[in-house]
Design a protein around this ligand. Sequence first.
Ligand SMILES: Cc1cc2nc3c(=O)[nH]c(=O)nc-3n(C[C@H](O)[C@H](O)[C@H](O)COP(=O)(O)OP(=O)(O)OC[C@H]3O[C@@H](n4cnc5c(N)ncnc54)[C@H](O)[C@@H]3O)c2cc1C
Length: 449
Amino acid sequence: MENIVIIGNGIAGVSAARHIRKLSDKRIIIISGETDYFFSRTALMYVYMGHMKFDHIQPYENWFWEKNRIELVRGYVTKVNPDEKQLLIDGSRAITYDKLIIATGSKPNKFGWPGQDLHGAQGLYSKQDLDLLEVNAPNKEVCKRAVIVGGGLIGIELAEMLRSRDIPVTFLVREDSFWNGVLPSGESKLINEHILEHHIDLRLGTNLKEIVADENGKVKSVIIAETGEELACDMVGLTAGVTPNIDFLKDSGIELGRGVKVNRFLETNIKDVYAIGDCAEQHEAIGNRRPIEAVWYTGRMMGETVAQTICGNQIEYKPGHWFNSAKFLDIEYQTYGWVFSERGMKEYEEHFHWRHAQEKVCITIAFNKENNQFLGINTFGIRMRHEVFDRWLTQEKDVDYVMEHLIDANFDPEFYKNYETEVVSKYNTDFGKSIKMKKKSLKRIFAIG
Ligand SMILES: Cc1cc2nc3c(=O)[nH]c(=O)nc-3n(C[C@H](O)[C@H](O)[C@H](O)COP(=O)(O)OP(=O)(O)OC[C@H]3O[C@@H](n4cnc5c(N)ncnc54)[C@H](O)[C@@H]3O)c2cc1C
């Protein structure tokens, strides 16, 4: 029986295992150094915040794995030897494979800051990081102030987590506005305001110089690079992005860049060795995507795709239109298609931005100014229908069509407020148009694209 070994029990590795099992009778082994069972990494924050217990973020019951003949091995793979088709767990235990899937995810970036490895300095990625956070910041008596370094999605989650226990937070963000390498300025500004309103001490355009230790080797303060200011704190959260977790592959002969290099079939340079999820790096990026996509749903898609290939139906990884969603404190954010920030904007791209006068609600629509084609939308504080935007992107609708039919994308007007009339009216004013919004049509909404 063919023996499939998967390193990593995150969404990518587990999706591959589940789909290989659906398609075949092969022997499947998943190895993980982190936890016995798969859990939802994106929900880690809710455990610290007390909304859920750790068991609740494990999507499958513990009996699921044995029932589906998926063998789970706990340990770190320290070496892979493709010539022998063998790997080593924790430096000693050898396992052989016929096909190997590398799905080892990411690790938090550390940029060589003095003091980055002190007690009290930590990332937020793993179950171990969550446990450590309970030690470093269980409450505001033990942690009188936390400093977070790095203003991305994980940084703002950590800020929300700490604030849920009333811990004062200073948030150091290198950029001059929150996440403005990704978000257009109107949205980034809205999030700056929202962070400040949540009593988070947001310091824009500010870099960490050094983390200072007390006499016991524990975090005592940080020093700000620009001003030399010393800020007393008990915990430092390092959330300046992530990097593929691939150090153990260095001498394996498997081609590495920032991640494990793969082709469109998720194959590495070595026969029978594949890589998926956060640790995989496409030789050439797909469309406007990045060569490494550190997001949940693409990990799942890569797992499903590689399972097909391994089971004899070789298919390319084709992720379709870009989408993503996240939360900035209590503001929901969704993005469909491509809306670039001013820094990354294409020369043909134009934006329409609308923001509600009082509420923290806004949208930005990107379109091609040469032919009016709809390119993408960001929504903040409004929930819209993914399938509708996906279809409009596939059908290459123009922006006027999108405006005319915007009501079709409204998620559920019975429960959500309806902002479309205001949005279309501002669009007409900004672009000298006279679009009249069509009535909502269920037939259109559920039409097969
Ligand atoms: C706090 C947080 C919030 C997030 N929120 C979102 C979100 O809202 N939306 C979104 O799209 N994405 C989000 N992400 C990113 C998302 O979680 C990742 O893209 C996704 O989990 C990657 O899945 P993966 O299977 O590739 O890797 P991982 O989930 O990292 O799993 C890899 C596993 O392999 C193990 N491993 C690594 N090396 C070895 C080894 N040598 N031997 C054995 N085991 C090994 C690791 O310990 C880990 O358990 C978030 C991430 C974090 C940390």
